[in-house]
Design a protein around this ligand. Structure first.
Ligand SMILES: Nc1ncnc2c1ncn2[C@@H]1O[C@H](COP(=O)(O)OP(=O)(O)OP(=O)(O)O)[C@@H](O)[C@H]1O
Ligand SMILES: [Mg+2]
Length: 485
């Protein structure tokens, strides 16, 4: 175990890290902070939620000359929400050292950003498009940058982003330090990455699996038509504290969040077609617990750190394994438990295998809950609320009404049953419309190019009898009762 005090940090940084409640450095922090402080180029790969932000943030803050007015560090992130989050974490780390951090991202007032840029921030965190925009307007000059960081590096070097990244790199001095971090780093992308770096060291936190062991992983084989009812029942049974439902398309996200709302859940959607103001307000409500279910495209898959997310539902299985790793990584962060459930239509089973081969972790089959089981789940929530209320006491104002009721109807069981019924959100059967998505193009289930010893026969042994009933899955955290009306 490495203490931050053993990492040669300045007093201001130690103070900040303490205030943030970090007791020990996580493995990726312990391994990369010294290398990074020594000026090495690095590719850092470690599981989701293991503190990669502070792993690159702490050494960067240490290297900032606060007397200078120049931008000295630049961090590029794939989404606006992530850029904001990273800038907030860096602000917390650097506040005692008086390091100024600014987030620049699309969809927000550029003139205001320009005014902030004039105030001499030391570190810029931004999305590629907006950073380039500022470079082209000459409102952002990177000639004094000594450290460049790509958060979610594999995503940033993905085809969609690479031109922008190259254009940004051209304006940063050659003798910079370059740091790349992600939970995933497919080999072809790593090769691209090395072109931008000077004899980089790859630091991988050795883990058996690419995903976090504290996340229980399940799949439900379910025809497209039945997915929505299964989702609703699972939410009823498992009563997540906060849940994220990932859908494949923007239309899917809109339809799912509407349908969930119709059925009485507090759900909202987030995707790239919404205004930035809307995206931020949805996310804020979710963080505050005013929305229980966030329905999202992959725009929310990478990097977002929201405490209290106990369940991730993949309404559609993601097309590539990396996306799966990042999506489910929105739960099970910083040592907490979580549960991930992936819906697979029968024709998409091949994708499930490919995901498992990449993560080196099997998903357990789960049987969809029945209506009765969903009702039991909701009744359990009501019971928890009641028990809590009994413990709290303070019921005097209700006791005389209770006495009246019991005098009028002398069967106490009937009275309590009626009260329970009124308080319980019964699984709702209101019809909803979800447009059917075409399944992904079929992939063969067989394992090409082997080596892991996990051939098809294991998979075939998973008969129906091997499926876990939902009940066996303890829910990771109790939702504080009384959240959902
Ligand atoms: N040493 C530490 N001790 C305790 N908590 C920490 C420590 N370092 C970071 N954290 C917290 O852990 C959470 C996850 O960190 P972070 O978002 O950096 O993870 P990540 O590795 O970047 O994940 P992802 O791959 O999903 O982006 C954050 O809330 C962060 O503040
Ligand atoms: Mg991260």
């Amino acid at each position: 175990m490495t203490k931050f005090a053993d990492l040669n940090l300045s007093p201001a940084l130690l103070k900040a890290v303490n205030r943030m409640g970090f007791e020990e450095a996580t493995p990726i922090q312990a391994k990369t902070i010294p290398l990074s402080m020594a000026g090495k180029d690095l590719i850092g790969q470690a599981q989701t939620g293991t503190g990669k932000t502070a792993a690159f943030g702490i050494p960067l803050i240490e290297k900032i000359d606060v007397k200078s007015q120049h931008v000295q560090g630049i961090i590029i992130a794939p989404t606006r929400e992530l850029a904001i989050q990273v800038s907030e974490e860096l602000y917390k780390i650097g506040v005692d050292a008086r390091v100024k951090v600014l987030a620049v991202y699309g969809g927000s007032d550029i003139q205001r950003q320009i005014r902030s840029l004039k105030k001499g921030p030391h570190i810029i965190v931004g999305t590629p498009g907006r950073i380039l925009d500022h470079i082209n307007r000459r409102t952002l000059k990177l000639g004094n940058v000594h450290t460049l960081i790509l958060d979610e590096a594999d995503e940033m070097l993905n085809m969609g982003f690479i031109d922008d990244i190259e254009a940004i790199l051209e304006t940063v001095p050659e003798e910079r330090q370059t740091l790349l971090f992600s939970a995933t780093m497919p080999e072809p992308i790593r090769r691209i990455a090395e072109r931008f770096m000077k004899s980089p060291e790859t630091v991988r936190v050795q883990a058996k699996e690419m995903t976090v062991p504290l996340i229980e992983q399940f799949f439900v084989k379910v025809p497209e038509k039945e997915k929505f009812d299964v989702l609703a029942r699972l939410i009823d049974v498992q009563s997540p504290e906060l849940a994220i439902v990932f859908g494949r398309t923007k239309r899917r996200v809109d339809e799912l969040s509407n349908a969930l709302t119709v059925r009485g859940y507090t759900a909202e959607g987030i995707h790239g077609d919404l205004s930035q103001a809307k995206r931020l307000s949805v996310l804020k409500k979710f963080k505050e617990g005013k929305v229980d279910v966030l329905v999202a495209t992959d725009v929310a898959a990478r990097g977002l750190d929201i405490s209290g997310v106990t369940h991730v539902y993949n309404y559609d299985i993601p097309q590539d394994p990396e996306s799966y790793v990042h999506r489910i990584g929105r739960t099970g962060r910083a040592g907490k438990e979580g549960m991930a459930i992936t819906f697979v239509s029968p024709r998409e089973m091949g994708y499930l295998r490919i995901v498992e081969q990449t993560t080196k972790k099997r998903m357990q089959p789960m049987r969809p809950p029945t209506w009765d089981e969903a009702l039991e789940g909701q009744q359990r929530i009501t019971m928890e609320k009641l028990e809590e209320s009994i413990k709290e006491g303070n019921l005097d104002e209700y006791k005389s009404v209770a006495k009246d009721l019991l005098t009028e109807y002398d069967d106490a069981i009937t009275v309590i049953a009626a009260a329970l019924k009124v308080l319980t959100k019964e699984p709702d059967k209101t019809p909803v419309h979800i447009t059917e998505e075409k399944p992904l193009p079929q992939k063969r289930e067989s394992f090409k190019g082997g080596g892991s010893g996990r051939g098809g026969e294991n998979r075939n042994r998973r008969g129906k009898s091997g499926q876990q009933p939902y009940k066996g899955n303890r829910k990771p955290q109790r939702r504080p009762t009384g959240r959902r009306p």
